[in-house]
Design a protein around this ligand. Structure first.
Ligand code: SDX
Length: 443
């Protein structure tokens, strides 16, 4: 974490801003901190002690909550990089296992490092057998995200030997366990929902192949993994791996700042991701496309999205940071065509409808003016549905892929010697002091 704070007596200069309270004429110099890329920040850590003021930023649209070396986003230019590597290059040339290593270690692995990391992850894919009982406590029609929150949170009840966050070895084991077990937990949530037997992971399969095998294979016949689908699955995992300080990652960081164990923190991240404004949007996009139904109804929905009195929003459009095309959406759009071609579903009506919706929206002044472009969720659902996943599994897959990002960001925070519990303040708008009123005098 950057060291200087405004409690140091800072004189005005090129690396300070001057804050003046015009009601009193008092001024203070606040330090400016600069990272390696992106906007400079005004260091307000000492603001309250020096000035008695809080800052005010509901939704944290202009707030840097931490410093991090993991992921860089430039919303205006539509840039996403992990450890300096562009997401387009990683999606094209790397693998999810390599990206996991990069997010955790800050460097792409050598061949030997990759082999060792993949082996470590492979040998953590099994779940404690007793955890399978949790699934049977759920209704078959439970949303699989409710199962994910519960089972991931319950990992801390079974893996006590990796919950001491002060122990680097336990932090590493917990990180590996979470990355390795998420596909197993997710696939079992799917199997439970369709009434099929759980399928155990296989050590001879790669990460994405193993997940497809555990999800779609049945004991009655051999399962053939289509290379194009395994590649597409791996690429989808890469594109969802990490994304700076988004809502669910911030949730994980805040939960972790109290010293909570990593399994509980990731369960909190899953809960936050579930919302339709965040990771739940991919499921909402499919529901929206199915509601639109045909191209001739697109103008009606575009109109609704622009109507301030209508809560309807164009799901899969807009982003807090990207005010340009989400680079992940561009890669997914290309993968959409590849997967549908491989499955012989080139003329998938939903893709056709989505592309027409995108074309019309991007030509509309409202979306141009508000810089609303397709985001990562706009095309992902179409691919996932074509691959055979029900819409209720879409956010589960997002959570599976994002686990490495949550874990890497949690680890970065815990290993920062200056980290402290996150405890924001508020602008109080409630009643001033008043005397207690006994119930028989309350009218
Ligand atoms: C993800 O943060 C991350 O990095 C998240 C993520 C990740 O990888 O972790 O990228 C994943 O969550 C992607 C976003 C998925 N969500 C959706 O697709 C849901 C639809 N999008 C919106 O709900 C919205 O765009 C958000 C939530 C994504 C962003 O909301 P903001 O930044 O708070 O912006 P806002 O709601 O203040 O909107 C600004 C304006 C508003 O109009 P005005 O009040 O200024 O007149 O744009 C309008 C909004 O009404 N607007 C939309 C819109 N999104 C914003 N209008 C119609 N349709 C939309 N989708």
């Amino acid at each position: 974490m950057a060291q200087s704070t405004s409690t140091e007596k800072t004189s005005a200069g090129p690396n300070t801003v001057t804050l003046t309270d015009n009601s009193t004429g008092r001024s203070w110099e606040l330090p400016i901190l600069e990272g390696n890329e992106g906007p400079r920040v005004i260091d307000v850590r000492g603001l309250y002690n020096d000035t008695g003021f809080f800052t005010y930023d509901p939704g944290f649209g202009a707030t840097a909550s931490c410093d991090s070396a993991i992921t860089f986003i430039d919303g205006e230019k539509g840039i996403l990089r992990h450890g300096g590597y562009a997401i387009e290059d990683l999606a094209e040339h790397s693998s999810y296992m390599e990206v996991c290593y990069l997010l955790l270690q800050g460097e792409l692995p050598t061949r030997a490092q990759r082999k060792e990391f993949e082996s470590t992850i492979t040998y953590h894919t099994m779940l404690h057998e007793q955890m399978l009982n949790f699934y049977r406590g759920f209704r078959r029609d439970s949303h699989p995200m409710s199962i994910m929150v519960a089972v991931v949170g319950a990992l801390s009840a079974f893996y006590h030997d990796s919950t001491d966050i002060s122990d680097p070895y336990q932090r590493m084991v917990a990180s590996h366990r979470l990355i390795a077990k998420m596909p197993t937990i997710a696939a079992m949530a799917y199997k439970y929902s369709v009434g099929q037997p759980f399928v155990y992971p296989r050590n001879d399969l790669k990460y994405a192949e193993n997940f497809l095998y555990m999800t779609f294979s049945v004991p009655c016949e051999d399962f053939k993994i289509r290379p194009a689908l395994a590649r597409a699955m791996d690429r989808i995992f890469i594109l969802h791996a990490d994304h700076e300080q988004n809502a669910s990652t911030s949730t994980v960081r805040i939960a972790g700042s109290s010293g909570a164990n990593p399994f509980a923190c990731i369960a909190a991240g899953i809960a936050s991701l579930w919302g339709p404004a965040h990771g739940g949007a991919n499921e909402a996009v499919l529901q929206m496309l199915q509601e639109i139904g045909s191209k001739d109804r697109i103008p009606e929905f575009i109109q609704r999205a622009k109507d301030k009195d209508d809560p309807f929003r164009l799901m899969g459009f807009g982003h807090r940071v990207y005010k340009n095309y989400d680079p992940r959406a561009a890669v997914l759009r290309k993968s959409c065509h590849e997967v549908l071609d491989d499955l012989g579903k080139r003329d998938e009506p939903l893709l056709d409808l989505a592309m027409e919706l995108e074309r019309i929206a991007l030509e509309d002044d409202y979306f141009a003016e508000k810089k609303l472009f397709p985001n990562v969720d706009f095309y992902s659902g179409i691919i996932l549905q074509a691959m055979g996943f029900p819409t209720t599994m879409f956010t589960v897959l997002f959570a599976l892929a994002r686990t490495v990002g949550w874990v890497a960001q949690w680890k970065e925070m815990v290993e920062d010697p200056h980290h402290r519990i996150s405890r924001p303040r508020q602008l109080y708008t409630g009643h001033p002091k008043r005397d207690f009123v006994p119930i028989d005098q309350r009218g």
